[in-house]
Design a protein around this ligand. Structure first.
Ligand code: SAM
Length: 281
């Protein structure tokens, strides 16, 4: 039997699941076709898709495959009430302890989320009039978005309203006008002060364990990534992440995500804001 579109799509779903844990719903055929085109472009592979999938199964073009099938939608200060909570509740408490604060952004995409965390720290520092030593580890499975994040250059449109009123972008970004075919666009480049706070690393949340120590983090952002996993896998990821969160530490989840089995081990103190109460036995 030849390889029908459906067979190819099923093979892609299986491969994607085994490599990343991402499950693609049955109504994603158009999206899968578009991503196949991207994969062919990025891998510069001239043969047909079945040959390419066989190669991926054998371990070639794996990075290109993963990078083509991730969904990276994000923006600065997405669900901005989480950053308000970080600034007004979490950071003042931690600043009193006077030790280094460690934060983790578990699906950083192109960097807007960890940079928003870093800007929030600098705002809190100013409000408190106190030095807050902070490090942020930001990971993603997609190497392209990590590269983009590390470069820290973004298109800026005044109308996008990405920044809340308490953030003045000029404090954190250098502006540059760039000419392009359709006229001019404004680019903003993250200043070094923010960059220095963040370390970008590639990591698969589907790995059996994570390269962090127990109770390492005061704050974990895990937003808008669990939605790509089955309920069972979401649970596994949350439990693995939870080990690395300090008791009293805060976990932020995306708007349509929930803490699953962690529910008895956390206090819900706001819209998808959870404070760790105890370890899971
Ligand atoms: C929609 S973006 C969310 C970005 C950001 N957290 C936010 O809320 O705006 C989801 C990100 O999760 C990443 N991702 C998907 N599967 C992953 C996995 N198994 N391990 C790590 N990151 C993964 C994707 O590459 C993508 O950049």
């Amino acid at each position: 039997m030849g390889n029908s579109t459906q067979e190819i799509h099923n093979k892609i779903k299986k491969l994607l699941y085994s490599l990343t844990g991402i499950t693609l719903a049955d109504n994603k055929d158009i999206m899968i076709s578009n991503r196949i085109d991207k994969l062919k472009r990025d891998s510069k592979f001239k043969g047909d898709i079945t040959e390419l999938l066989d190669l991926i199964e054998k371990g070639t073009f794996v990075t290109e495959f993963i990078n083509s099938f991730t969904t990276n939608k994000t923006h600065f200060f997405r669900e901005d009430f989480h950053f308000v909570d970080l600034k007004n509740r979490v950071l003042p408490q931690l600043a009193k302890e006077g030790r280094k604060i460690k934060m983790y952004c578990s699906a950083s995409s192109t960097g807007e989320e960890p940079y928003s965390m870093a800007m929030t720290v600098l705002e809190a520092k100013e409000e408190l009039g106190k030095f807050i030593d902070t490090s942020i580890i930001a990971t993603d499975i997609d190497t392209n978005v990590l590269q983009y994040a590390a470069n820290g250059i973004y298109r800026y449109s005044k109308s996008s309203k990405e920044f809340p009123s308490w953030i003045k972008p000029a404090k954190y970004f250098k502006r540059r006008i760039q000419k392009n075919l359709s006229g001019e666009e404004v680019l903003i480049k993250v200043k070094d002060e923010l960059k220095r706070m963040i370390s970008f690393q590639v990591m698969n949340l589907n790995d059996s364990s994570y390269p962090f120590s127990s109770n390492q983090f005061d704050v974990i952002f895990c937003r808008n990534v669990l939605i790509y996993f089955s309920a069972e896998d979401q649970n596994k990821i949350l439990k693995k992440l939870f080990k690395h969160l300090k008791i009293g530490g805060t976990l932020y989840l995306g708007h349509s995500e929930n803490p699953q089995d962690l529910v008895n081990y956390v206090d819900r103190i706001g819209q998808n804001i959870f404070v760790k109460q105890k370890e899971i036995n």
